[in-house]
Design a protein around this ligand. Structure first.
Ligand code: PEP
Ligand code: MG
Length: 597
């Protein structure tokens, strides 16, 4: 029997799913299926007509899919389908296929496959995350048209694999056209080779609340149809061929999570105060407008981080217009009662790269032209976004503005200067905005974390991005399994750095939040409270658990934990110590860990 395999990737929706594998989008199989034959001169026009007929059918299918998903996805995400329709309207692509049919007298399936494949090969030669994602869209469209030419229904074919029991879909990526299939209640998880937190698969999994792990590199090669698999979106891992016992344990974990979430909902209306009455703010990180409802359900005080990259992703390959930006921010202001922190575009790294790639292709994008660095070189893109945020700020002073990846005072000043320029442009056009809009920065580059006192002079608030801060501070590429063991949120150096930022914030009256994953991990709550944190921003569904922890302890207990931890010299010691402290102070802690982590 093939041994079981544990694979690590990026967890997208934090839940566990156990089911049998169905492999999707097997491009090799599609290639083998495509018929190839020559046609007679007299049949050329019939073949061309047949091709156009299949393109029209595909368009209708996409329209149909879009309609059927309209209740599940917001208008901006439904735009993914419009992008697909645009490809099918691309006259160059269509003409090339017709030319191929006419010139070579090949059947339409083969002609279209050849043209699309040539295009995909050109894309493959360019090392760029954005184009890779676009290639996946092209694969999707190509296989749909070919299926229609062959009079095969892609969905029916998948149905015939029989989705009658809990199923994990395994694919290179999940395409928007797979959405309908994903709504089947028997689909309990997704595992993909490609993708990060900001790809289509992630958006889709989140919107449909499916446990998902993306970026597993070659999960499609490590498993086969019918095998059992566990998708653990909480830990970001999948277990292929689990034992009976493991299946039981993971199913239990899923049930316990559901039960715990139900119980914690009772806490919903409790104020997040420590036992000795210290108020703590629990805010939500969101990427999709749909998540506002989740944030409300879990009683988030506001949106501590709105990752605006998604506005760009949904309209790609176009750039969002000022009106499109504005519509999103206006919607947030109207729907959310508390504060809303809009973070300006954080593009780069694992996040998609756009139409600018040819000019900015980079060897090491995580250390390269990312976030504000990129925006300052593409002021056209930056200006459009800033104008929209400022205009939306006229609707409410709850709207705040935050800049990512600030590394020092010079850079911050130049970004703020540009903001002033944009404000003056609005002034001269007579457009109103909130002149006192609160401005913040992410503290996620170690050089910024070392000088919070200096940066504090220029802004109203800080939000610590522990995801990037840990990666940069400890020099760990989070996507590299070889060095994963060094990814230590409890490194003594990191604790000192965090304390430094909290203290500077307190002394200089600058609010400090944490919006990285640490804020939503119950293991770290007491320690962060003790180090001085009062604002936690996290995935909405983590809020009830963190509230449970906050309301179970006094601040003096937390301060003692932090001061003990700061005296220790290695993360494993700190980890063991805070685990003991958590268990001692929070009777439910072991149960929480079992169902959540
Ligand atoms: C972070 O870096 O911790 C963060 C919250 O930002 P992102 O995960 O979007 O980079
Ligand atoms: Mg970050």
């Amino acid at each position: 029997m093939t041994p079981q395999t544990l694979m690590h990737g990026t967890g997208v929706f934090p839940d566990v799913g156990v089911g049998r594998v169905v492999l999707l989008n097997n491009s090799q199989a599609i290639r083998e299926m495509i018929p190839f034959y020559c046609i007679l001169e007299k049949d050329v026009q019939t073949e061309v007509n047949r091709f156009f007929q299949a393109v029209e059918t595909t368009k209708l299918e996409i329209e149909e899919l879009k309609k059927s998903m309209s209740e599940k996805l917001s208008a901006s995400h439904l735009a993914i389908f419009d992008a697909h329709l645009l490809v099918l309207d691309d006259s160059l692509l269509m003409n090339k296929t017709v030319e191929h049919i006419k010139k070579n007298k090949h059947n339409a399936e083969h002609a279209f496959y050849t043209i699309m494949n040539d295009l995909l090969k050109q894309f493959a030669g360019i090392d760029d995350a954005y184009l890779k994602e676009k290639s996946e869209d092209l694969h999707d469209i190509s296989s749909r048209v070919i299926h229609n030419l062959m009079h095969k229904d892609k969905l029916k074919e998948i149905d015939s694999i029989t989705i009658t029991e809990p199923t994990i879909l395994v694919a290179q990526v999940i395409h928007p056209s797979d959405l309908k299939l994903l709504s089947d209640p028997n689909i309990v998880g997704i595992a993909t080779d490609l993708g990060g937190k900001t790809t289509h698969t992630a958006i889709i999994a989140k919107a449909l609340e499916l446990p998902a792990v993306v970026g597993l590199h070659d999960v499609t090669r490590q498993t086969d149809n019918g095998e059992m698999m566990v998708v653990d979106g909480i830990e970001g891992q999948v277990l292929i061929r689990p034992s009976e016992n493991e299946i039981r344990q993971y199913n239990q974990k899923h049930q316990m999570r559901i039960q715990l979430m139900d119980e914690l909902k009772i806490l919903s209306d409790l104020k997040p105060l420590t036992k000795d009455g210290v108020p703590v703010s629990l805010l939500a990180n969101i990427e999709l407008e749909e998540e506002v409802e989740k944030a409300k359900l879990f009683r988030a005080e506001g949106i501590g981080l709105y990752r605006s990259e998604f506005i760009f992703l949904t309209v790609a390959p176009l750039l969002p217009t000022e009106a499109q930006h504005f519509a999103v921010y206006k919607n947030l202001v109207e729907k959310v009662k508390g504060e809303i922190v809009v973070r300006t575009l954080d593009l780069g790294g694992e996040k998609f790269f756009h139409e600018v790639l040819e000019t900015y292709s980079q060897q090491n994008p995580v250390l390269g032209l990312r976030a504000v660095r990129f925006c300052m070189t593409r002021k056209d893109i930056f200006r459009t976004q800033l104008r929209a945020i400022l205009r939306a700020s006229a609707l409410s002073n709850r709207l705040r503005l935050m800049f990512p990846l600030i590394s020092g005072v010079d850079e911050l000043k130049s970004v703020l200067d540009f903001l002033e320029t944009v404000k003056s442009e609005l002034d001269s056009e007579g457009i109103s905005y909130n002149h006192d809009i609160k401005i913040g920065i992410m503290i996620e580059v170690p050089s910024a974390a070392a000088i919070p006192d200096l940066l504090a002079h220029y802004v109203d608030f800080f939000s610590i991005g522990t995801n990037d801060l840990i990666q940069y501070f400890l020099a760990i590429d989070r996507t590299n399994d070889e060095v994963n063991y060094l990814y230590q949120p409890l490194h003594p150096g990191l604790l000192r750095l965090l304390q430094n930022v909290f203290q500077a914030g307190e002394t200089q009256d600058v609010r400090v939040a944490v919006c990285g994953e640490m804020a939503g991990n119950p293991r770290f709550t007491l320690l962060l409270l003790g180090l001085g944190l009062r604002e936690f921003s996290m995935t909405p569904s983590s809020i009830p658990v963190i509230k449970k922890i906050v309301t179970s302890v006094t601040l003096s207990q937390c301060k003692k934990i932090a001061s003990d931890a700061l005296k220790m010299d290695a993360s494993n010691k700190i980890e063991a110590y805070i685990e003991r402290a958590n268990k001692k102070l929070i009777p439910e802690f072991e149960r929480i860990l079992k169902s959540l982590l």
